[in-house]
Design a protein around this ligand. Sequence first.
Ligand code: ZN
Length: 109
Amino acid sequence: MAIWKIKAPFTPEQVINLNAYQKQGHFHPFTCGSAKRCVEKVTVRYTQPGVIKEGEDSFEVSTTLVATEAGWVCPNCDYTQDWAWGFMGEPPITQQQHDQNKTIPTKSR
Ligand SMILES: [Zn+2]
């Protein structure tokens, strides 16, 4: 399979497909390129007195990038990324059908 890259700005259709790929789980999603620093920063913010409720000592930080027409953005910090794999911008029909045929057992109902 040919691997190529697409660059921001993305089209509205590409944004939809890119975010769909992020959620599908077939591929490891793009994550924040400065994830360690990013999580630390959010951790500091969350552990300010009064932010974490009593008895609550853990929280989840998502560093999965979100596609916008201007490029990828991190939900937590100002990290951005301006490229994606070309197939991620295409409708994922072929891959999806492939995986469905492969992984979903035929159920009789
Ligand atoms: Zn980040």
